[in-house]
Design a protein around this ligand. Structure first.
Ligand code: HEM
Length: 392
């Protein structure tokens, strides 16, 4: 074991052996995060891995109160140890299982908006610092421009601004300050649980420098897809009401549009991932592809009904976990009497969906080219076949 993993091991042993739960005896998250960062989750020394699995078993026996620090820690350990326990998944590798469950314990749209913005700020700050450190080459410049541009979409509260695509970027130090303001809750400091959810959720599998960017962007987009799906459910409810409320419907459709627009902006950074590094990350995280994304499946099935259910995704996201409601939101809206404001709302959703899909396709083509996808599909050809399907 290395010094970092040895001290993580000692801290874990002490935590497991403690006499009784005590608020002052905090879990050694930092030490474990340090060991993960030093080795990558797939290469942790066996002794430390075994200890982590044992700690998770002990922690879950205590059946902690949902939402508290012990509950977060137990789910965190569950995600961290999932590969070692032979149960890796997209949700545990990206820790979106933990992040989403925490969001569901409070005001869901509020929490999703806040945490996705915090994770985006953390990702941007990390990439800006990296860009400022690296030599003066084309990739460094592209990274700085993309990160500073993306940072313009963030604001302390509620997290995301309505930033347009054509805003001029700030200087990198200004963008770092913008992220710092958000990550420090405007100087007040994040509550401990939220701080852990940001600081502890980069469970890299490899030591590739691009993996934190990949992981974070998947987290941010997944949570934004869950947010879009939540707005779609609210839109559905408004459209099916015996006395439909046009304003509620309009607000919900705008919520879907905004969430998709923020998600798409993330691709500016993802597009810069080095293809060679991505191949290593992909090999190390086999079995955890985004085809298993429940957020995107929920959004698409809610909006398109059975038309949004593909054989490939049914294998990865079962219909029990994410059903396809009938009539779908799209069918419900098409059956309603014509209304100009609603038509514009639907058009805006469809435009952002098409842009997300086109950008995803372009990035996938650049990064993996013509090789099969991780989910067992024929890769970019699979994406191309479904490129033109509108959401509504
Ligand atoms: C590094 C860049 C990326 C590449 C090369 C890539 C590639 C692919 C490929 C080839 C597929 C087809 C399914 C499969 O066999 O795996 C796919 C599906 C998918 N990807 Fe990505 N992807 C990338 C980034 C992302 C990100 C950041 C997200 C955000 C969560 C994402 C979300 C999805 C979703 C939701 C699907 C399923 C789409 C569907 O069923 O139609 N991808 N991706």
């Amino acid at each position: 074991m290395t010094t970092v993993s040895e001290s993580a091991g000692r801290a874990l042993e002490a935590w497991v052996l403690r006499d009784r739960p005590s608020a002052s005896y905090e879990f050694p998250h930092r030490a474990v995060v340090g060991a993960v960062r030093a080795h990558g989750i797939n290469r942790l020394p066996h002794a430390l891995n075994d200890l982590l699995v044992h700690t998770w078993e002990q922690a879950r026996k205590r059946d902690p109160e949902p939402g508290g620090a012990e509950w977060v820690t137990t789910l965190w350990l569950e995600c961290l140890t999932s590969r070692a326990r032979g149960a890796p998944s997209y949700g545990t590798y990206t820790m979106t299982t933990l992040l989403e469950r925490w969001c569901r314990l409070g005001d869901l749209p509020d929490r999703l908006t806040r945490i996705s913005a915090l994770l985006a700020a953390d990702m941007i700050r990390h990439e800006l610092r990296r860009g400022l450190r690296e030599g003066d080459d084309g990739r460094r410049r592209s990274l700085l421009v993309a990160a500073t541009r993306f940072a313009r979409g963030l604001t302390p509260a509620p997290g995301w601004t309505g930033a347009r695509d054509d805003v001029s970027p700030e200087s990198p130090p200004e963008a770092v300050r913008r992220c710092n303001r958000l990550l420090s809750d405007d100087g007040a400091g994040l509550p401990p649980t939220l701080a852990l959810l940001v600081e502890g959720t980069v469970p890299v599998a490899t030591l590739e420098p691009d993996e934190p960017l990949f992981l974070r962007s998947v987290q941010v987009m997944e949570l934004l897809a869950v947010l879009a799906a939540e707005y779609a459910a609210a839109a559905h409810e408004a459209a099916l009401a015996s006395e439909p409320d046009p304003h509620a419907l309009e607000v919900s459709l705008a919520g879907i549009t905004d969430a998709l627009a923020h998600a798409r902006r993330c691709f500016r950074l993802v597009a810069l991932i080095d293809p060679g590094q991505f191949a290593t990350i992909r090999a190390a995280t086999a079995g955890t592809g985004a085809l298993q994304s429940e957020g995107f499946a929920r959004l698409e099935r809610r909006c398109r009904g059975t038309a949004g259910v593909r054989a490939e995704t049914v294998g990865a996201v079962g219909l029990d976990a994410v059903p396809a409601p009938a009539p779908s939101l799209g069918d419900t809206l098409r059956a309603a009497p014509p209304d100009e404001r609603r038509r514009r709302g639907v058009e805006a959703v469809n435009e952002q969906w098409a842009r997300w899909k086109h950008t995803h396709y372009g990035v996938a083509k650049r990064i993996i080219g013509d090789v099969p996808g991780t989910g067992g599909t024929d890769g970019v050809r699979y994406l191309a076949r479904h490129l033109k399907e509108p959401l509504l």
